[in-house]
Design a binder for this molecule. Structure first.
Ligand SMILES: Cc1cc2nc3c(=O)[nH]c(=O)nc-3n(C[C@H](O)[C@H](O)[C@H](O)COP(=O)(O)OP(=O)(O)OC[C@H]3O[C@@H](n4cnc5c(N)ncnc54)[C@H](O)[C@@H]3O)c2cc1C
Length: 504
């Protein structure tokens, strides 16, 4: 596909040597899953020349329903995407998230989007990809990244031979490469970045198929089995189809996709019946490996999403985490490409997001323990269930899973510093409605401060009525509070810290 921005002038800091082709792209993204598509869109908001290379020619065949949590819903609202997602998903209360302990969400959660959206993952990917393409990103399907080499000026990316899109051995040049290519990331492996953690101990089969017995029979049998086995369910999905989950114990060939016979055999072993399952729509298998990349950046190559961290799906956090990585990285990498980034800005990506992933890995480890049916973990589960009756405990866990409790370390300051600002009411309506373009925002209740020489990157809203209990905040493009105060000189120093040198 041709794109007008391909013919754009090279960026100001293109300095390729005489024997190298100048990079045609600013950023190549490996992988068009939720993370890659979101990152491409975020970069395009800043006119960065982006190419996304996706190994697969077609969207995935399985229809996994994922949970989009509060912070992701907020990000989607910030970019004007939420309404499109809501059309395709089902809202659910944001309770019962931690280890599926059935406690309702606490009252008065501090978000205008205090619910969970259940939505098929392929729909999320399609909408994000359409959004990225609409903003001018190029996406090439059937092109797998097979190798790369980086030098002082850029990265030479090599495509796998035999790709249906004719990418055989083709080399492409860009200034940066981001591996958003999933848990088995080729980019991470080629980069030689360690991926320490634990291998999968419990594999699970998951699929959709029809059943041959009445619903009542399934409901009764399921209730009995769930008392001793947590990773088991048959849930109606559509008219005749059931979503089936069963432990994969004994289904040994991890390299091969599971068969219907594997499901039948495992159902018989666990439930004493295979419920007459037949006509599968799709069959898959997933594990509970937990690993975190040692580094998120080596020179001009970065990692995001599952390429940087994997963990069990309990609590439904992986896609959310990846999309939020993309939001954190997009504006920083764009500033770097445009030659405007303060020297250490790009490194704040790892400094901020690595600890967040560490925390998610830990909470999934804890949740997995709580899914065990051994007497010890069962006792801990009972105790935690009791403790969750305390509002503060319940609230803390919900804020953790939904990522609205994140506070980046921006140095000493009030508690709001480093946190995301909720979608508060402002004179023009909703705050997030003013953030669609991915720029910084100065929200000023004093009406005397200015973004001055940063006005080309930072908008200003003077609103004495804004629902804030501080005089003024500076918001980064990802909605986190980068500064609080009422002093112009101090503000200027922080504008320079986050947005680079002033213009003019
Ligand atoms: C059973 C289950 C339930 C889950 N439920 C939830 C949930 O409720 N909520 C949630 O947030 N998360 C959930 N997850 C996790 C979520 O699916 C992943 O975290 C998410 O898909 C990660 O997105 P990603 O874009 O980083 O990686 P991926 O989705 O893996 O995308 C990577 C892309 O890169 C492509 N690719 C791979 N190699 C190459 C290459 N060499 N060159 C080019 N392209 C390449 C792949 O084809 C793929 O399209 C669940 C996971 C499982 C297994």
């Amino acid at each position: 596909m041709d794109s007008p921005h391909l013919t754009a002038e090279p960026s100001p800091d293109d300095t390729s040597g005489p024997d190298r082709t100048p990079p045609v792209f600013d950023v190549i993204i490996a992988g068009c899953g939720p993370t890659g598509a979101m990152l491409a869109a975020e970069l395009r908001l800043h006119d960065v020349r982006v190419l996304v290379l996706e190994k697969e020619t077609e969207p995935v065949s399985y229809v996994r329903i994922v949970s989009l949590h509060m912070r992701s819903l907020e990000l989607m609202a910030m970019r004007g995407l939420l309404d499109r997602l809501l059309e395709h998903g089902r809202r659910r209360p944001a309770g019962g998230l931690f280890a599926a302990i059935p406690k309702p969400a606490p009252e008065g959660l501090d978000s205008a989007y205090a619910y969970l959206l259940g939505i098929p993952q392929p729909v999320v990917v399609r909408l994000l990809e359409e959004h990225a393409i609409g903003l001018g990103a190029q996406v090439r399907h059937g092109c797998a990244v097979a190798g790369f080499e980086q030098d002082d000026e850029g990265v030479t990316v090599e495509l796998a031979s035999g790709g249906v899109a004719g990418g055989g051995g083709e080399q492409l040049r860009s200034r940066y490469l981001v591996g958003c290519d999933g848990g088995r990331s080729t980019v991470r492996k080629l980069l030689g970045v360690g991926f320490p953690g634990e291998p999968s101990r419990n594999d699970t089969l998951m699929g959709e198929m029809e059943v041959g017995v009445p619903r009542e029979e399934i409901t009764a049998r399921m209730a009995e089995i769930r008392e001793t086995t947590q990773r088991f369910w048959l849930r109606p999905f559509g008219e005749k189809v059931y979503s089936v989950v069963v432990p994969a114990t004994g289904v040994s060939d991890r390299a091969e996709p599971p068969t219907l016979e594997d499901f039948k055999q495992r159902l018989r072993a666990v439930a004493g019946t295979d419920f007459g399952v037949h006509s599968p729509r799709w069959l898959s298998r997933f594990g509970d490996a937990t690993r975190l990349a040692e580094r998120y950046r080596v020179g001009r190559v970065l990692l995001a999403g599952d390429a940087a961290h994997i963990h069990p799906p309990t609590g439904g956090q992986g896609l959310n985490l990846g999309v939020q990585d993309a939001f954190n990285l997009g504006w920083k990498l764009a500033a770097q490409v445009r030659g405007r980034a303060p020297e250490t800005l790009l490194d704040t990506y790892q400094a901020e997001r690595h600890p967040v992933a560490e925390d998610v890995l830990d909470n999934t480890r804890a949740q997995m323990e709580l899914h065990s049916t051994e007497p010890g973990p069962l006792a801990v589960r009972r105790l935690l269930t009791e403790l969750m009756d305390f509002d503060e405990v319940n609230r803390r866990l919900v804020e953790k899973i939904t990522a609205i409790g994140i506070r980046y370390d921006f140095g000493p300051g009030p508690d709001l510093l480093g946190r995301r600002l909720p979608d508060i009411d402002v004179a023009q309506g909703h705050l997030y409605g003013l953030l669609h373009r991915g720029r910084g925002l100065l929200l000023d209740r004093t009406d005397r401060l200015t973004a001055g020489a940063w006005s080309d990157r930072v908008d200003r809203l003077a609103d004495p009525t804004a629902a804030l209990d501080v005089p003024c905040v500076l918001l980064r493009p990802d909605g986190h509070v980068a500064w609080i105060g009422d002093d112009q000189q101090d503000l200027d120093a922080h504008l320079a810290r986050w947005f680079g040198a002033p213009t003019g």
